[in-house]
Design a protein around this ligand. Structure first.
Ligand SMILES: [Zn+2]
Length: 447
């Protein structure tokens, strides 16, 4: 087995790994690098070109597969979940893999379809919808191989660990990793199956090591629910006070909890913004949006403006869920804060950030500017009403215990963020360069 760590091993973003067994290559994930994309947004107003994306490092550099002569041997592409750092690059690279099928869970496929539509790129690849906790056959050069999607809990719905079963043992792709035993939407982690796969033999695992330096386990979504209830209880009341909340658009479970708690305010709940509409409509299409009857969704500028006009005159009537938690350009919050909206925040209006700032320079600066403007307007801000979706050291120990892999490869961070995992793995007897591997983008490991 040879493993090429293409992207996401030196940064948070553009995750992509290729595995070669005999004469067959399999790709796991193909994501965006968001800071690169933001840079591009400022220079290329209409769509993105692949050359532009390559220039800013916005997509994984899969040209390594040409160098290795692996590109024409790709038999399938597997996507672990619907986050952009796992699926966002695929529309732009798909044409390089003609006739190769893409496998992912239903929500992920719907999000991918809408990304392909947005990109205006035409691809002939078959998108194959597979359920979590199911096994599928993939044709190889001289037979078949089995791929399994195992249910995982993270911070969007329909997440999976992807397992390639080979004669040499399984290749286990554990991105992104977090164990939430009291998930409030969807199934809990499939410990039983993880253990069985471990007993059968795992050759290598690529593992989400983003928080391998911390022992503090992130709370589950039940904890986020409690934080939200608390935040709602602390908002300034009164019929003349607006109530806005913002979170990750792909976080359907969180949105569901916001709606559950929000209903108790007896306000009409309206979702505003394109990216919220994209993910919620994808969830509706696959029957995984429990709150669909309880909210209105407004996507287009004229619809959004007409809602904001109503909120301006009847502030206490609505609960607005909107985009802009990272201070993104042209998000709803960005527009309101710049005065580019009929709605103006006033002293004592409420805004809850059910999110944390993604720790990149671009995001930190954008949020700083946004928060300052909002505070100047007198908005009562509650920030970090959130638990994140990546496990800590204890989650990593847990998965090593379950899978007992021969080789471990940390991923999903900078080298400095991944390095503590190498140290942790020594507790289990893994040896650096022999059985634990700190890999860079474009490295190949033969095991
Ligand atoms: Zn993720």
């Amino acid at each position: 087995m040879e493993i090429c760590t293409i992207g996401g091993f030196e940064e948070v973003g553009k995750n992509m790994t290729a595995v070669k067994v005999d004469d067959d290559v399999f790709i796991f994930d193909c994501g965006f690098f968001l800071p690169g994309i933001i840079e591009l947004q400022e220079t290329e107003k209409i769509g993105y070109s692949l050359s532009g994306l390559r220039r800013v490092g916005g997509v994984p550099d899969d040209r390594i597969l040409d160098e290795l002569k692996w590109k024409d041997k790709v038999r399938a592409i597997f996507i672990s979940h619907a986050h952009l750092d796992h699926v966002g690059g695929l529309p732009f690279l798909l044409h390089r893999y003609p006739d190769v099928d893409v496998f992912a869970t239903p929500f992920t496929i719907k999000v991918l379809e809408s990304l392909i539509e947005d990109s205006k790129i035409v691809a002939n690849n078959k998108l194959r919808m597979v359920n979590s906790n199911s096994v599928h056959e993939v044709k190889t050069s001289n037979g078949k191989v089995k791929v399994e999607f195992v249910n995982a809990t993270h911070s969007t719905i329909d997440c999976s660990y992807v397992v390639l079963h080979t004669d040499e043992g399984a290749f286990f792709y554990a991105l992104d990793l977090k164990f939430d035993n009291h998930s409030t939407l969807g199934a809990p982690p499939n410990y039983k199956r993880l253990k069985e796969i471990g007993e059968k033999g795992v050759k290598a695992v690529v593992i989400d090591a983003l928080y391998s330096s911390t022992d503090v386990r992130p709370g589950g979504e039940k904890v986020a629910f409690g934080l939200l209830e608390d935040a709602f209880s602390k908002m300034g009341r009164g019929a003349d006070k607006a109530l806005f909340i913002t979170t990750f658009s792909s976080h359907i479970e969180r949105l569901n909890n916001i709606v559950k708690i929000g209903q108790k305010t007896n306000r009409e709940i309206i979702f505003l913004g394109r990216s919220l509409a994209k993910y919620v409509l994808s969830a509706i299409k696959v029957g995984k949006c429990p709150f669909r009857e309880n909210v209105k969704i407004m996507k287009y500028r004229n619809q959004v403006d007409s809602v904001l006009k109503k909120v301006e005159v009847d502030r206490g009537k609505y609960l607005i869920v909107c985009t802009g938690h990272q201070g993104e350009q042209n998000s709803i919050l960005d527009r309101i804060s710049r005065g580019d909206s009929v709605f103006k925040f006033r002293e004592g209006d409420n805004l809850i950030f059910s999110s944390s700032v993604i720790p990149t320079e671009v995001n930190i600066e954008a949020r700083k500017r946004l928060d300052a403007k909002l505070r100047k307007m007198g908005v009562k801000l509650q920030v970090d009403v959130h638990v994140h979706g990546h496990g800590s050291r204890e989650d990593m120990r847990e998965i090593i215990n379950l899978l007992k892999p021969e080789h471990v490869i940390p991923a999903h961070g900078t080298q400095a963020q991944e390095e503590p995992f190498i140290e942790l793995s020594q507790e289990f007897g893994y040896k650096p360069h022999e059985t634990s591997h700190l890999m860079k983008n474009g490295d190949v490991l033969k095991i």
